[in-house]
Each structure stands twice: as structure tokens, then as C-alpha cells.
Design a protein around this ligand. Structure first.
Ligand SMILES: NC(=O)C1=CN([C@@H]2O[C@H](COP(=O)(O)OP(=O)(O)OC[C@H]3O[C@@H](n4cnc5c(N)ncnc54)[C@H](O)[C@@H]3O)[C@@H](O)[C@H]2O)C=CC1
Ligand SMILES: O=C(O)[C@@H]1CCC=N1
Length: 286
């Protein structure tokens, strides 16, 4: 549910042109918060990929990194965590104090980015997800040492055009990463399991896809539209001594909640580790 938001006047420069850059660009272009001609994109070495994005979304390819920086106030780092250092070092000569650096890299702290840049640029760390492409992301946002509140709120507005966005403390963003950045993958995995079970019960693939996806979509939409508690909606489905109760007993027997707890914990731990790895990388080269 994208919010209706007033337009952002400044341009945005995507450094990295992969899956997430495209998902966010798609959402931004669709929501029209930033005109396509104010969206710039670059990557490491695939001109073909840039031309593809340019054609699909009518966005711009700058002549150089310097050109992209000159034309944009917001620089969005959409590279893998272990590439953040190289990308920031390449940008460094072209940054002025007005540039706001937005990172979507899992685990990489604002302190690491501030230290690589060695400047007092505002750094905003975010964690969106791939549903940005259809303006349904769930994004966590936090600011670094130099980030002004007003800038954090502008970045929140940008991400609200591609879904829901909340401002969190930096100490909480690895949890948001585990829950929402990685989250779509867990839901898809669950759906794969439901589909497999449906097929094993004799349903055909086409019907099972339609039925399972609609079941998940309908359940999520009930939560959104009725603002109801999941436990209450669950109870409405569960007839005493009926089929749902039988199914839920099996989920309890295998302790699905415990599995989920461990899943989120593993992902959050990995985000922390990635943070440490990128931190070590800068200390090793200083
Ligand atoms: N894939 C996902 O669901 C999510 C990913 N993220 C984060 O988003 C970031 C990007 O992930 P993806 O889009 O999945 O990766 P990707 O591998 O699809 O894209 C990475 C892009 O960075 C470019 N690149 C590499 N080195 C560069 C450099 N030095 N300068 C400029 N561009 C460079 C590559 O050419 C490529 O276009 C990661 O840090 C990840 O943690 C965050 C939320 C969700
Ligand atoms: O798997 C990853 O590391 C990235 C970050 C969140 C989603 N995908």
C-alpha cells in the first residue's frame, strides 16, 4: 500500500544495477515520486544491463561517476555488502557535503560507511525487500552519526512510495533484515511446501498454484484490511475438533514457532557477521 507522497525534488543515483536496484527503481517510477529523468543508474561493468534499465524505466545513465554525483543529491548504494567499500572509494572524490548516502546493504553499519568515506556526509541505512517492485516493500530505516532527522524522514518518504517504511534504531536493523529483507524468501519457501503437499494430495500444478497463492494473499489481505489480530483470525478458521485443529496440532508438534525463531536468529546473526566482516575489511586496509 504505497502512501501518497509529495514529490522529491532532488535526483537519485543508484550505484549498483542488480535485483534490488531494479525493484526500487520500478517502484519509484510507478509511484512517480521522482521523475524518471531524475533517476540515474550505474554498475560495475555491464553496459547492457544499464541500457536495459534505461529502456524499461526511461531513467538515465550518467556519463561517469562524477557526472552521476554532480546531477544527484541522493546516492543509493545497491551493491553487495562486500562491494560497499570499493563503491564508496570510487565515489569519494566526487562527493560534496550535500550528498546523502543511502545504503541497502545487509549488515553494513553506517559507521563503516562513514569511516570509508572519511567525511561527515549524512548516511542512511535501510533494509527494503524485493516487493519494492510492486510497491509492497516493508522497509526499516535508520540514520548514521551525521544524519539529520529531516533527511531520515525524506528517505522514509522515498521508501513509503515503494511500500511501508518505519524508522528504527540501528541496533534493530539486523532484526529487520532477518524479518523483512529476507522475509519474502521464507514465505516463498512456505508456498513451495504448500504446493508440494497439494500436488502430493493429487491436485494438479496449475490449480494448486492458483489456490495456494490466493490463500496466502487472502490471509495477508485480511490482516491488512481488518486490522485484526492473527491469533483471532486463526481461531475463526479453527473449528473445534475440525480439520484446522488437526493441522495446527501437527505444526505445534514439530514446533513451527521454534523453527521460525531459529530461522530469524540465524539470519540476524549472519547480518551481524557481515557487518563485522566489512568492518574488518576497512581496518585491514587502513
Ligand atoms: N536481494 C534482496 O532481496 C535484498 C538485497 N538487499 C541488499 O541489496 C544489495 C544489492 O543486492 P542485489 O540487488 O540482490 O545484488 P545484485 O548482485 O543483483 O546487484 C549488485 C549490483 O552491484 C553492481 N556492482 C558491483 N560492484 C560495483 C561497484 N564497485 N560499483 C558499482 N556497481 C557495482 C553489480 O554490477 C550489480 O549491478 C545487497 O547489499 C543486499 O544485501 C537488501 C534487501 C533485499
Ligand atoms: O540474502 C541477503 O543477504 C539479502 C539481504 C536481505 C535479503 N537478501
Amino acid at each position: 500500500m504505497p502512501h501518497r507522497i509529495e514529490k522529491i525534488e532532488d535526483s537519485i543515483f543508484f550505484v549498483g544495477a542488480g535485483a534490488m536496484a531494479e525493484a526500487i527503481i520500478k517502484g519509484l517510477v510507478y509511484s512517480r515520486i521522482i521523475p524518471s529523468k531524475h533517476i540515474y543508474v550505474t554498475n560495475k561493468n555491464s553496459r547492457h544491463r544499464l541500457l536495459e534499465l534505461k529502456d524499461d524505466y526511461e531513467i538515465k545513465i550518467p556519463d561517469s561517476l562524477e557526472d552521476g554525483c554532480k546531477k544527484s543529491r541522493y546516492i543509493l548504494l545497491a551493491v553487495k555488502p562486500w562491494t560497499v567499500k570499493a563503491a564508496c572509494e570510487n565515489l569519494k572524490p566526487f562527493l560534496t557535503k550535500e550528498h546523502v548516502i543511502i545504503s541497502i546493504a545487509a549488515g553494513v553499519t553506517t559507521t563503516v560507511i562513514e569511516q570509508i568515506l572519511g567525511s561527515s556526509n549524512e548516511v542512511i541505512r535501510t533494509m527494503p525487500n524485493t516487493s519494492s517492485a510492486i510497491c509492497e516493500s516493508a522497509t526499516g530505516i535508520c540514520g548514521g552519526k551525521y544524519a539529520k532527522n529531516e533527511t531520515i524522514l525524506t528517505v522514509k518518504r522515498i521508501f513509503e512510495t515503494v511500500g511501508e517504511a518505519v524508522v528504527v534504531k540501528e541496533s534493530q536493523i539486523d532484526a529487520v533484515t532477518a524479518l523483512c529483507g529476507s522475509g519474502p524468501a521464507y514465505i516463498y519457501y512456505l508456498i513451495e511446501g504448500l504446493e508440494k503437499a497439494g500436488i502430493n494430495q493429487g491436485l494438479n500444478e496449475e490449480d494448486v498454484r492458483k489456490l495456494v497463492v490466493q490463500t496466502v494473499y487472502g490471509a495477508a489481505k485480511m490482516l491488512v484490511e481488518l486490522h485484526a489480530e492473527p491469533a483471532i483470525l486463526r481461531k475463526q478458521v479453527t473449528t473445534p475438533n475440525g480439520t484446522t485443529e488437526a493441522g495446527l496440532k501437527t505444526l505445534e508438534k514439530y514446533d513451527l514457532h521454534e523453527i521460525i525463531e531459529k530461522t530469524i536468529e540465524s539470519a540476524r546473526e549472519r547480518a551481524k557477521e557481515i557487518g563485522k566482516e566489512t568492518e574488518k575489511e576497512i581496518w585491514n586496509t587502513k
